[in-house]
Write a protein that binds this ligand. Structure first.
Ligand SMILES: Cc1cc2nc3c(=O)[nH]c(=O)nc-3n(C[C@H](O)[C@H](O)[C@H](O)COP(=O)(O)O)c2cc1C
Length: 366
């Protein structure tokens, strides 16, 4: 009998021996166009797709497959699944293995009530035995890399150690930990001590996730947690230079300063890259507002850019606002940290967004 082929090791990062960086999976955000825009400013080491829903009628969503098949970023893409049915998860893995994925990632964190009530995503954290079955099944189905992204618990951290032991038992290759419980949504502080606990208990490398707002913060979080790297979501929408800045900070070099003029160029690139040919102008302007909600957190401390941007309806109005706020003093620095009190409204931190869906920009209206 032939021995099974050894599993591949994790793709190496761009900074040999340095900490890893990853773009967090974000539904309605991390599609092919967005990944390409991010790569233009400095790709993370790893990309993750937004979650592919897995159930009896599901087929891998075509637009998510495009982010795998047409990936020109030069960096690997992991395909994220959300679901709990063992047979359909294995079938979906088989389908995805025909595409150039770096590995399969399982979502154990989505806090949206409509998701966790179906006992998938973050809902599964209440049932470590079921997680055990799912991880065992997926580990057997995935010949290559199998990774998990989790929160630290559902209501509290009661099951955290057991879940980490399950992760170890099934030889998970990489674990991303968002340091909040499901019930904490995006409201609370991030519990970096819990991420440090996961680093100490897990046998695989751990990526620290949650409020990694800047390269200096990333370096501090790595020191605090001992994690192998950072996973960054919303703050990469705000600042697509963040992965390059992280690499500079990790190497002890000065972090490049971004100007408002640079941000104006980013807005232009994002607008054109993410516009589907058939989307009416008004709808695309609304879609842009969802990204700009985050960008605005670094433009001015009063929130004036956000105020004006939210009132635009046409491409011309949107760019006029961008010109006024970003090109008046194009050399002025774009804040590397979000300005305190300037929030993307409604965002993942507001009850309105929670009530609808904890992790979808579709619910974020201008
Ligand atoms: C708009 C949006 C969509 C998200 N979609 C997903 C998803 O598809 N899969 C997932 O595991 N997490 C998803 N998340 C959670 C993020 O991956 C990440 O864990 C969370 O935003 C915390 O990281 P951050 O503070 O760097 O944003 C989403 C978050 C946001 C804001």
């Amino acid at each position: 009998m032939r021995a099974a082929a050894p599993r591949p090791s994790l793709p190496s990062g761009q900074q040999p021996g340095g900490p890893l960086t990853a773009l967090a999976p974000m539904q309605d955000v991390t599609d092919l166009a967005f990944m390409r825009v991010i790569a233009h400013y400095g790709a993370p080491d790893y990309f993750f797709t937004e979650f592919l829903r897995v159930h009896a009628q599901s087929r891998p969503e075509k637009h998510i497959l495009r982010s795998i098949d047409e990936n020109t970023t030069g960096r690997p893409v992991f395909a994220q699944l959300i679901g709990e049915d063992l047979g359909h998860l294995a079938r979906t893995v088989d389908e995805l293995l025909r595409h150039p994925i770096a590995g399969i990632d399982l979502n154990l964190g989505c806090p949206a009530p409509k998701v966790y009530k179906k006992n998938v995503g973050g809902g599964l954290l209440r049932e470590p035995d079921q997680v055990d079955r799912i991880l065992g099944h997926l580990r057997a189905a995935v010949p290559g890399l199998f990774t998990v992204k989790m929160r630290i618990g559902f209501d509290d951290t009661t099951h955290f150690d057991r879940l980490l032991d399950v992760v170890n038992a099934h030889d998970v290759d990489l674990l991303s930990v968002h340091g909040r419980t499901v019930k904490e949504m995006y409201r609370s502080e991030v519990h970096y001590d819990a991420i440090a606990h996961a680093v100490a208990r897990a046998r695989c490398p751990v990526l620290a996730n949650g409020n990694v707002t800047s390269a200096p913060r990333a370096a501090a979080i790595l020191r605090q947690t001992g994690a192998a790297g950072v996973m960054i979501g919303r703050h990469a929408i705000r600042n697509p230079w963040i992965f390059r800045q992280c690499r500079e900070a990790f190497a002890g070099r000065p972090v490049p300063v971004i100007s408002l003029g640079d941000v104006r160029e980013y807005v232009d690139r994002l607008f054109h890259a993410t516009r589907p040919a058939d989307l009416p102008e008004r709808l695309h302007v609304n879609k842009m507002k969802k990204y700009l909600n985050f960008v605005g957190q670094g433009v001015d401390p009063t929130g004036a850019f956000l105020h004006d941007m939210r009132r635009t309806e046409t491409q011309a109005e949107l760019f006029a606002v961008c010109d006024r706020h970003l090109l008046a003093e194009p050399g002025r620095a774009f804040s590397s940290e979000p300005y305190p009190g300037v929030i993307a409204r409604p965002n993942c931190e507001t009850p309105a967004a929670e009530a609808a869906d904890g992790c979808s920009l579709e619910t974020v209206t201008a």
